[in-house]
Design a protein around this ligand. Sequence first.
Ligand SMILES: [Ca+2]
Ligand SMILES: [Ca+2]
Length: 485
Amino acid sequence: MKKKEISLKFSAVALAVLLAGCGGGGYYDNNAADTDKIEDSETVEQAVVASALKIELDKLSMAATNGQLTVTVRALDENKGGVPDANITLMIVDSTNNVSNLSVAVQKTNESGNAVYVLATPSTSTTLTDLINNGFKIIAKTNNGALSQEQTISVTGADTNNGSDTTSIVLFDATKTSLNVRGDQTTVTLTAVDANGATLSNQAISLKVKNSSLNGVKFTPNATQTDSNGKITYTLSFSESQRVKDYSAEQFIKDDLVLEANFGQSTQVYTYKLDVVSSTVPKPVGAISVLYNPTKIEDSASGVYYYKNISVHVTDVDGKPLPNQDVVMGVNALSYNKGNYNFFDTDLPPDGKVDKYLPDVITQCFSPITKVNIDGKQIDQLQPVKQGQTVQVVSFINAEDQPATDNKYTTDANGRFDLKIQYPKIYAGYLNIQILANSIVSGKSINGSTSLGLSYLISDVDIENGIAPNLESPYGTSLNCSDGE
Ligand SMILES: [Ca+2]
Ligand SMILES: [Ca+2]
């Protein structure tokens, strides 16, 4: 059994992250073979306009020290489909200055409409308590700064066994991506989760509309507490006559509709922006939400795979469930990791006995990229260099050993269906994916997505005997994404 001290692990992780960050420098740049892309990203102005931005995280909170978070910013059209070639800028608002962006801040979305960023926290700092208490915020912008979305990110203490599960997080979703300044209505869904992603039922969340005395936006909660799935919905509406005369349409369009939510006892405020525009808003025909519970994964009977339950919900634009709706699922790899996990002695002072299973040296890779043909459409796909390796290891199943035909599912009377994804255990901890859902409603395509990192089952790890299902990355252990080592 290997024995190492915790300090060694932390410096190694930091080094690996730095190397990946410097060498990579962004989503496209470290792909020397693909020269088109590099030229593309040097073009200054792009006419691509997105109607909404969505922020997806690989996990719902970030560790205060040596933490790493993958942020995927999605540029969306009015039916929440991905918009390629949109310029995205990511800003970090952190008064403690601890959180850094290891990626290039300005990126262009890829064919799937994604721009991917990696954020990190330092190995040590004197202001960590402030960071843990307040979290930090990220702001993504596009359309030359005219469209933005923001998200508050919770920060947990270094020891995840200590207190992190008291963190409560609010996630937002809205049926419409933009609202007409002359008057409009939308349904907003808030989901209460803990730092591990487990949904919190029976929670009282207070919602506020910023500038409501000026913009006249009214909302009605459709319940007093979150339901058994941790959800609470609100119907928001406003009209021109409810807006204060001095508060012009131009100003409202500029300020947008900002929602603020927090849990009764918590000082942490979660904000969400709905774009307010001057024109008639192209009316989306519906919305798909893709949800999962990150804490819950299952072992396969064969012991080879992990399963994760995913729940998909299709509604019309007013939030009413759409039954008997066919939905096609897709999966996209956002990044893969090289490196390994290890057993560490984390006691201070060390007692000479390992007690934790943690990532050791991890290098996150966004390259090389190859062109593949999917449904007659050319898309970029990650292609690890290691012989025989692929990022296509996640599949959709109905139940163990029952693959879903053509990744197709149909909603039940409540407009939802549950499915499982399956992945070999050896990939746990080494792959970040995005799950996509597409359906045709009234002849129009609507879309939904979520991002997640593949996780492992803690009960599969035997610290005493040095046994774990995912000790070394199947993609190799070198620090360099361009070799097969
Ligand atoms: Ca606006
Ligand atoms: Ca120990």
